[in-house]
Design a protein around this ligand. Structure first.
Ligand SMILES: Nc1ncnc2c1ncn2[C@@H]1O[C@H](COP(=O)(O)OP(=O)(O)OP(=O)(O)O)[C@@H](O)[C@H]1O
Ligand SMILES: [Mg+2]
Length: 257
């Protein structure tokens, strides 16, 4: 299907939950091989956008194509060529990391041999080999997150959606995931769509950033463009200017009066 270098294209995409508009009139283009970051406050519509684009949720109106497939008619094809790390993922805690990844590999049509090569590589990269046969119920939350990141990448997707990938990771694990994303983007031209609150993560890995507030895309550009336009020192300060993150200390303490 012709895509002309465009991996995701949305056209007037809307999603409402009853009276709540979660995504409003979203027009977006994400290029193949790009690392796109979607930033925004809690409840801004990031997860809803990812759920629509990954084929898990039906939009209220508008259209989109993902990897050249229409979200209305080819959800199964989209699921086959994309990977998703959901915001609140589920794990089978009575399986070991290897068993869980074998299961995910089988769901994606991989033979045990084929998935094993990749499982071994991913577990080694993520530093989990020594614990790979332990049950997942014995893993810390960050270790579980690493297994989930591995499961997202196992079938070599063209496009990976990561919803808060580093939220439970320690700084060194977070750096590892950043490097993994950069290496995959460079070597395999995988496209990444990352939702995060961590402006430092976005600044380090994303080449294009969108800031969404109340379901509306307010800003789009490279981290450098956003920082320059907001006349800020870094992306965190630019984000706070755009989103309005000023804290009123007096109001915060007024409840004690
Ligand atoms: N299943 C649902 N039913 C009703 N409302 C929902 C549902 N899912 C999301 N919403 C609403 O849609 C809006 C956007 O939510 P969403 O989860 O997309 O935000 P988010 O940007 O991912 O936030 P966070 O940073 O907290 O993860 C919120 O107002 C939320 O309450
Ligand atoms: Mg979310």
């Amino acid at each position: 299907m012709p895509q002309n270098g465009v991996c995701i294209r949305t056209n007037h995409l809307n999603k409402t939950f009853g009276p709540i508009p979660a995504v409003r009139d979203l027009d977006l283009e994400v290029h193949e091989g790009s690392r796109f970051g979607l930033l925004g406050p809690n409840g801004a519509g990031k997860t809803t956008t990812v759920r629509i684009l990954s084929g898990l949720l039906i939009q209220t109106s508008g259209t989109a194509t993902v990897c050249g497939f229409d979200i209305n008619t080819h959800r199964d094809k989209i699921k086959a060529v994309t990977g998703l790390l959901p915001e609140t993922p589920g794990l089978y805690s009575k399986l070991s990391a290897v068993e869980f990844l074998e299961f995910i590999g089988a769901l994606n049509g991989y033979s045990k041999d084929a998935s094993h090569r990749r499982i071994d590589q991913l577990l080694a990269i993520l530093g989990l080999e020594s614990r790979q046969d332990d049950l997942l119920e014995s893993y810390s939350s960050g270790m579980k997150q690493k297994v989930l990141v591995a499961s997202t990448l196992l079938h070599e997707p063209k496009l990976v959606f990561l919803d808060e990938p580093a939220s439970r990771l320690d700084p060194s694990a977070s750096a590892l995931v950043k490097e993994l994303i950069l290496a995959l983007a460079e070597e395999t031209a995988t496209t990444f769509f990352v939702c995060t609150h961590q402006t430092s993560l976005a600044e380090d890995i994303c080449d294009v950033i969108g800031i969404i507030i109340n379901g509306q895309l307010m800003t789009l550009g490279s981290p450098q463009e956003i920082i320059a336009t907001a006349k800020a020192a870094n992306l965190e300060k630019a984000y706070l200017k755009i989103v309005g993150g000023k804290v009123d200390r007096q109001a915060l303490l007024a409840w004690r009066a």
